[in-house]
Design a protein. Structure first.
Length: 334
């Protein structure tokens, strides 16, 4: 079987990162690229050997393109995905899936109607610490999860990330979607479906944005476990870590990655052990998720992270914003 022809939709920093990941996928080949800024498409084409297209419809009309990787800004995810599906192309869409539930539903419905695959790029499922935490909890050897806490903290947008569209929740999804779609998905992956959300937060430092730069989000899982997501771009000292306490033991990951990355593991009444992130063997996460996507196209199987999973992360984020706005707990589904 020949290689799966891939069209890149969005050729900025994220698009380039995904293109590099595709280089390691033997069954895939980038054959075309489109970006609203033509210069970026030309740069992508020069680096990958594909063809730069001036319009999305032109890329989608290329018979060599069997699937597209959507890496445009979030506000364009739904439009690009629906267009690709209607053209009969399979879709890998970077997270967050979209900036609203209505857009998520448009994407899911369009792909279902066209009979094409839709996978969402929740790449943290492929990272070492995230994956090992999930594996340990899912094994059942620590008992049922009782509480999960994740913090992801940093400062305001700056440098190459300082884009005008990132300042508007309607275009970026705000921190809870653009950034924390990862953490929400991670917490759901470990603890299951969320049935109620209560959040507190607001805008404290960054006057450029129209969404909270601090959020404390309480998740009530359907299995009875409780969760807390500490999200913020108000911190001079950043950090990314958390813990899962189960009925029969605990997992503490003070840092997800970096020199201090790893997991402290202790069963109730037992001795604590530590597994460094660097000692957890994983393939390149971006290449791995894209390989899985291409594999599901070839095998005609369900994607590992289908559209409904991407939508579920967006739903929790939307509920958290609603709770911050109203001061009330929000029940799911919305």
């Amino acid at each position: 079987m020949g290689k799966i022809g891939i069209g890149m939709v969005g050729c900025g920093g994220m698009g380039m990162s995904l293109a590099r990941g595709l280089e390691a996928v033997e069954a895939a080949e980038i054959v075309g690229a489109y970006d609203a800024a033509p210069g970026k498409a030309a740069e992508m084409a020069e680096k990958t050997g594909g063809k730069a297209y001036a319009g999305l419809d032109d890329l989608l009309a290329d018979a060599r393109v069997a699937a597209v990787v959507v890496a445009s800004p979030q506000f364009a995810h739904a439009e690009n995905t629906v267009a690709a599906a209607r053209a009969g192309k399979h879709v890998f869409c970077e997270k967050p899936m979209a900036v609203s539930l209505e857009q998520c539903d448009q994407m899911i419905d369009a792909c279902a109607a066209a009979g094409v695959k839709l996978m969402i790029g929740q790449v943290c499922r492929y990272h070492a610490v995230h994956g090992r935490v999930r594996e340990l909890v899912a094994s059942g050897e620590f008992g049922k999860p009782v509480c999960m806490v994740v913090r992801r903290l940093g400062g305001p947008w700056g440098g190459v990330f300082n884009q005008h569209w990132r300042m508007e929740r309607g275009m970026s999804g705000g921190n809870l979607l653009e950034i924390n779609a990862h953490e929400i998905d991670f917490m759901r992956w470990v603890c299951g479906d969320v049935e109620r959300v209560y959040a507190a937060g607001g805008r404290y430092i960054d006057e450029r944005i129209d969404y909270p730069d601090l959020a404390l989000v309480t998740l009530h899982f359907a299995n009875g476990a409780k969760g807390l997501l500490h999200s913020g771009s108000v911190s001079a000292i950043g950090g990314y870590g958390g813990r899962v306490d189960c009925a029969g033991g605990s997992l503490f990951f003070p840092a997800i990655w970096g020199a201090d990355g790893g997991i402290r593991i202790c069963k109730a009444g037992g001795e604590e052990t530590f597994v460094a992130a660097g000692d957890i063997p994983v393939a390149n996460p971006v290449a791995h998720e894209l390989s899985d996507f291409v594999g599901c196209v070839i095998a005609d199987s369900e994607p590992p992270v289908p559209g409904r999973e991407g939508r579920a992360a967006v739903e929790v984020g939307v509920a958290a914003y609603r709770s911050i706005d109203t001061g009330e707990p929000i029940s799911l589904p919305l």
